[in-house]
Design a protein around this ligand. Structure first.
Ligand SMILES: [Fe+2]
Length: 440
């Protein structure tokens, strides 16, 4: 987000971002009945009604109590909505606020926050500097909206969500399979983006060798070739941990895929079963599957630094852009974000959003698994709380980049880092592959 310098414009932008997040939350929770809101659709996910009140509780904690100095509205419910006290599997058994009360709590908090926003001084300290903590809360709600969308994808039953499909571009057939990203230093991370989170900071120089990167994310058609070639049964293309997981979890195709008649693959998306669209980026594969595919193709996953260099480095000026296309915020012509569509666009879409290297769809469409563990940048400082990033650093998690159709622009930028376990498949993740460039 481009953040305004003057307070009045900043207030307007914050209100717009909070309101956009809330309309999405409402759209995701008003479309199902109370039984669907309180049910756990998968042990991996919270009941939707937990996300709803948790979003409001965090907003109350950070904005009303933290910034506004107000007393807790319902201190007795705080522990119920503390993600660190109760793992997702336990949440359905908690005495959660029923749907109507959760909705009322969320709208009470929001009304008070909008009052506070009118009076707050953005000069009162680092937490409110350029509206940071308000931006953090808008991002938090949008990230829960994305999680709720994943819950909808896991939910059984008829379709309740709808959106128009993305429009395909005219030139996808003429695209080269891969693009060259030149070697040398570039600036990774940011020290200036006002709403960037702690793990994206600080900006630092990093050297990357020249490499080739897929022009687009790997498609369903390409992934189906891996399946047809026996990739799931070929131990040599899997890492030892990947092979163990593949055996244990009996992985044979992406999540939500099933074999139809005549060898055709079908998949269920938001309650609709349809033939797998060949030209769309593959989704719902775990890191181990992405890693195995890359090895099968004689390639590898890009590192996080390579991904960010491909997405941000401008070889003409030598500086890093905010987004692949430049510094301006995303628009519907540049990237598929914000659940405007309920699916990724076909590989090669969004020519106007291409990076200087020619790579497309680095932002939007599908999250992209990278080869890298989730680690702090040199000079990292936990801010404003350790539980946002620091407690997750280490080799348990792999980094995903670029956002998906399910991610809102407030929670997606060239520096934004997402992370998850290498076995996760319910997230809207795909990948692209890379290879070293010949140094000769
Ligand atoms: Fe949360």
């Amino acid at each position: 987000m481009t953040i305004a310098a003057d307070a009045a414009t900043l207030r307007g932008e914050i209100a717009a971002r909070l309101t956009a997040a809330r309309s999405r939350t409402r759209a995701l929770t008003d479309c199902v009945d109370d039984a669907d809101l309180t049910r756990q659709h998968s042990p991996l996910m919270s009941p939707l009604v937990w996300d709803l009140a948790h979003v409001a509780n965090q907003e109350e904690l950070w904005l009303l109590r933290g910034v506004g100095g107000r007393d807790p509205m319902h201190p007795e419910i705080d522990p119920l909505y503390d993600a660190f006290q109760h793992p997702r599997t336990e949440r359905p058994a908690l005495p959660l606020l029923p749907p109507e009360q959760a909705r009322r709590y969320a709208s009470d908090v929001r009304g008070r926050v909008l009052d506070l926003l009118e009076r707050v001084s953005f000069a009162a300290g680092p937490l409110v500097d350029r509206g940071f903590v308000f931006g953090m809360i808008a991002q938090h709600e949008q990230q829960h909206d994305e999680t709720m969308l994943a819950t909808h994808q896991l939910r059984q039953g008829s379709a309740v969500l709808s959106a128009p499909p993305p429009r395909p571009p005219g030139d996808v057939l003429r695209l080269p399979a891969e693009v060259l990203v030149p070697g040398g230093q570039f600036t990774m991370g940011t020290s200036t983006e006002p709403w960037a989170l702690d793990n994206e900071r600080p900006a630092h120089e990093i050297d990357v060798l020249p490499f080739y990167l897929d022009t687009t994310p790997v498609t369903n058609a390409a992934f189906a070739e891996f399946i047809a070639d026996g990739g799931y049964y070929e131990r040599r293309v899997w890492s030892p941990a990947g092979w163990q997981h593949r055996q244990q979890a009996s992985l044979t195709a992406p999540l939500f895929w099933q074999q139809g008649g005549g060898g055709q693959w079908l998949r269920r998306r938001f309650g609709v079963t349809e033939p797998v669209p060949p030209a769309e980026p593959v989704m719902h594969v775990c890191w181990y599957e992405a890693d195995a595919y890359a090895r099968w193709a004689g390639r590898r996953l890009p590192t996080e630094a390579e991904w960010e260099k491909a997405a941000r480095h401008d070889p003409v000026t030598g500086r890093s852009r905010r987004y692949p296309w430049g510094d301006q915020d995303p628009t519907p012509a540049l990237a598929n974000l914000g659940q405007r569509h309920l699916q990724p666009a076909v590989a090669g879409s969004y020519p106007d959003g291409a990076a200087p290297s020619g790579a497309r769809q680095l932002i939007g469409d599908v999250w992209e698994w990278t080869a890298s563990d989730f680690l702090p940048y040199p000079g990292f400082k936990a801010w404003p709380y350790r539980e946002y990033s620091e407690v997750f650093f280490g080799s348990d998690y792999k980094v995903l980049r670029g956002g998906a159709f399910s991610a809102d622009q407030v929670a997606c930028r060239g520096t934004f880092r997402n992370w998850d376990y290498p076995i996760r498949r319910q997230i809207f993740a795909g990948f692209r592959t890379a290879r070293d460039a010949d140094l000769a």
